[in-house]
Design a binder for this molecule. Sequence first.
Ligand SMILES: NC(=O)C1=CN([C@@H]2O[C@H](COP(=O)(O)OP(=O)(O)OC[C@H]3O[C@@H](n4cnc5c(N)ncnc54)[C@H](OP(=O)(O)O)[C@@H]3O)[C@@H](O)[C@H]2O)C=CC1
Ligand SMILES: O=C(O)CCC(=O)C(=O)O
Length: 440
Amino acid sequence: MTVTDFPTTASGVRSPIPDLPAPSAGERALAAARFQLAEASRFLGLDDGLHDMLATPRRSLTVSVPVRREDGRLEVVQGHRVQHNLSRGPAKGGIRFHPATDLAEVTALAMWMTWKCALVGIPYGGAKGGVAVDPATLTTRELERVTRRYVNEILPLIGPEKDIPAPDVGTDEQTMAWIMDTYSANAGYSVPGVVTGKPTALGGSLGRAGATSRGVQIAALQALASTEGARSPEGTAIAVQGFGKVGALAAQYLADAGCRVVAVSDAGGAVVRPSGLDVAALRAHAAGTGSVHGYRDADPLSRDELLELDVDVLVPAALEGMITADNAPRVRARLVVEGANGPTTPEADLILAGNGVTVVPDILANAGGVIVSYLEWVQNTQAYSWSAGEVEVKLRDLMENAYRAVADLAAERDLTLRQAAHAIGVGRVAEAHRMRGLYP
Ligand SMILES: NC(=O)C1=CN([C@@H]2O[C@H](COP(=O)(O)OP(=O)(O)OC[C@H]3O[C@@H](n4cnc5c(N)ncnc54)[C@H](OP(=O)(O)O)[C@@H]3O)[C@@H](O)[C@H]2O)C=CC1
Ligand SMILES: O=C(O)CCC(=O)C(=O)O
């Protein structure tokens, strides 16, 4: 046999081995998460064994989820639940419904949950779930069937003392209600604490729906006060990428604080109005049409252009890997506040830092969601509820303390805010492992 006997692959070479696909977005996110962990491990002087333990998820479950479509067809989609670390308490993290989600992405997101929970000082490990479906293409009944079947498949992993899901991209309060009901039906009694981000009628916490965005607002205002010549929010120009649960309310809360939200985007497009958008009107438009695209009191813009606008603050609140080595040199905002998980690649991080751009990292900036999830779980555990004001005071307290700890360490040791946040989060998890003596 000679080489000419091999088939020609898509890239034009003769080989018996098909071309390897380019890494998925999830694989790139996982490589970024591992890079950040390795950097933190070096800074903390962790030994290789402990580093390897922290780089490896504790448990990963991949399940097949059959979906009966309305027309009778049966489709099978993949779902995952990854528990990255359990050393500080039960696993915690959202469930994502997105067509491109894969095991690597869910693993990266679970790892970031571990450091996030440790950083803000709540007694959880990290987890994440994902189902590779596009919710926009499913009817409500199909979505309910997917959710219930996925929950039945991951049932052995979850529970109020084991692993507590919550909303993420493509899921919402209704999804959480179905999860609670499916779990409770299996248990034989109501178990509200199995999931957070539920409707308040089922034991959801006041303030959870806007909690991630409120946390983004708190982090952005703290960063503006401490890094941008102590500038006040009034008139600060902001662009927000992603207009879903996190982005739309982050835009609203920043506008409420006096900032000028000049541009927003979603998957359907972007709009810009240099004198400031009416965020409430835009939210109503997006709720009615499904997109910010076509909003009349603004000019259209491409999604990519939004990232490069001449604004003071950029809030990426969509998906991973949006600020890359390609576009980072053109980012003109002085402050990036990460509402999304993993929106900035490690290469882009270096470029932004070199250009004097401050990045408030995801595990700090978007921690408001899991903080109020924790408060919801505590309320469920006590069968008691706090007022919206009580929840907000506790959220603010935890966010501001975490921000100060990160900013202080960054200043003391000449680190970026991301390096400092990871040093604190990873350090606390490593410490928990040492105290528990979990070495095999
Ligand atoms: N929900 C939560 O409590 C928390 C969420 N996060 C993170 O925040 C981010 C957003 O989550 P969430 O708001 O819940 O998700 P949603 O599904 O509610 O919203 C996602 C938004 O991103 C938009 N989007 C997708 N791709 C692009 C793109 N290429 N350019 C611009 N916009 C885009 C979507 O547009 P369209 O609607 O048109 O598809 C939608 O507006 C994720 O990274 C998530 O992990 C972090 C902490 C907590
Ligand atoms: O509220 C939670 O438990 C987790 C939210 C989440 O998925 C996240 O912070 O990325």
